[in-house]
Design a protein around this ligand. Structure first.
Ligand SMILES: Cc1ncc(COP(=O)(O)O)c(C=O)c1O
Length: 363
């Protein structure tokens, strides 16, 4: 029998008939978008699932980050991490701000708070750290620094659906936390994103920015906004998938732990240090050398298994868009980290097959 390729991830999808049930109501009402009933339900139910305060659903996580910068009226330098997806940096640049990198902690892979103060200048207006692979940043340390220097904090929480920090949703921290409901994320609406805040005025402003800058009663334009609304079709997919979120989270944790136990027999690998709660949405393996990584990747590819080099290369090396500033930890880790396939429909046999092939190279 022909072997099917295994990719790094696959979306967690509700049964099609459950999506169709929701879509039927869209067809009946004729409301496709414009803050429709399903967007409002998705916004409310995801917020309540997390125990978060305020939630503005938008078209994707990148736009959520851009809207957060816009809503906080930031102009100047924003301290961020070089160990992330390009969207973290590009959102800052699209809003006319300048990304300034601070290196990461080699164990947690999140921004190293001990290095933040040295990067603060008279132009610094905010800090935008990333909860990498669902592992929360040292939020207490970051918020203390932000308060001391009067800086705003926007968390890139695009990997953090389902994550708690100190007993409550990680989305309740920072001025605004932004997440992604992209197909590859723990909860997906195909494309989608959300801005979370505990500040009602900021939430109302985000909702105005999402809808062209209209006032709440839609009679006048009260600020400069755009069109960042999620459609009812996407909200249907998100709502249907929300029912299966807890299952997906439980499944990831079981598979992550199994992967970790099996890989731990090799002295050539180590794992991300989890500081509090985690959703185990990725299984990143940190190799001793890039050479070991490439050998394992090649052996897996030969069996049609495609892990991904998240995040590679380190963002500070994209010199077509940012000036190069050395970030030794991020540059080093980026070359040695590989995320193994991990998703709900991946069988335990396939998890073991991935371990067998990798360990065959490593041991
Ligand atoms: C850390 C991080 N930030 C931002 C984004 C952007 O999210 P989206 O793809 O929903 O625009 C991603 C996306 O994959 C991400 O991994």
């Amino acid at each position: 029998m022909e072997k099917k390729p295994i990719y790094v991830t696959m979306p967690t999808l509700a049964p099609l008939k459950e999506v169709n049930e929701l879509l039927k109501s869209v067809w009946q009402s004729g409301i496709m978008t414009h803050n429709g009933p399903l967007l409002q339900r998705f916004e409310k139910e995801v917020k309540e699932w997390h125990g978060a305060k305020y939630h503005t659903v938008v078209v994707n996580g990148t736009i959520a980050l851009q809207m957060a910068i816009k809503a906080l009226e930031l102009k100047g330098e924003i301290i961020t991490t070089p160990f992330s997806f390009i969207a973290t940096t590009s959102a800052i640049q699209y809003e006319g701000c300048i990304p300034v990198y601070v290196d990461i902690d080699p164990d947690t892979l999140t921004m190293d708070p001990a290095k933040i103060e040295a990067a603060i200048t008279s132009q610094t207006v905010a800090i935008m750290p990333v909860h990498v692979f669902g592992n929360s940043c040292d939020i207490e340390a970051i918020d203390t620094i932000a308060k001391k220097h009067n800086l705003k904090v926007i968390y890139d929480a695009c990997h953090s659906v389902g994550v708690q920090y100190k007993g409550q949703s990680v989305f309740n921290y920072g001025d605004i936390s932004c997440t992604s409901y992209h197909a590859t994320k723990m909860l997906n609406s195909g494309e989608g994103g959300g801005c979370y805040t505990t500040n009602p005025e900021l939430d109302a402003k985000l909702k105005r920015i999402r809808f062209f800058g209209f006032s709440e009663n839609k009679t006048s334009i009260v600020e400069s906004g755009s069109n960042y609304k999620m459609t009812e079709v996407h909200a249907s997919v998100g709502l249907a998938n929300l029912k299966y979120l807890q299952d997906a989270l439980d499944d990831r944790e079981v598979k992550y732990m199994h992967f970790k136990e099996r890989f731990a027999v090799s002295t050539k690998v180590r794992f991300q240090k989890i500081i509090d709660d985690c959703n185990y949405s990725y299984f990143p393996v940190i190799f001793d050398t890039e050479e070991s990584l490439l050998k394992v990747e090649k052996a897996l590819n030969a069996e049609l298994i495609y892990p991904r080099r998240y995040f590679y290369p380190s963002l500070n090396t994209f010199t077509d868009i940012v000036p190069y500033v050395e970030m030794p930890v991020s540059e080093d880790i980026s070359k040695r980290i590989l995320c193994m396939p991990l998703y709900k429909s991946l069988s335990m046999q396939d998890v073991d097959r991935i371990c067998d092939i990798s360990l065959n190279v490593l041991l």
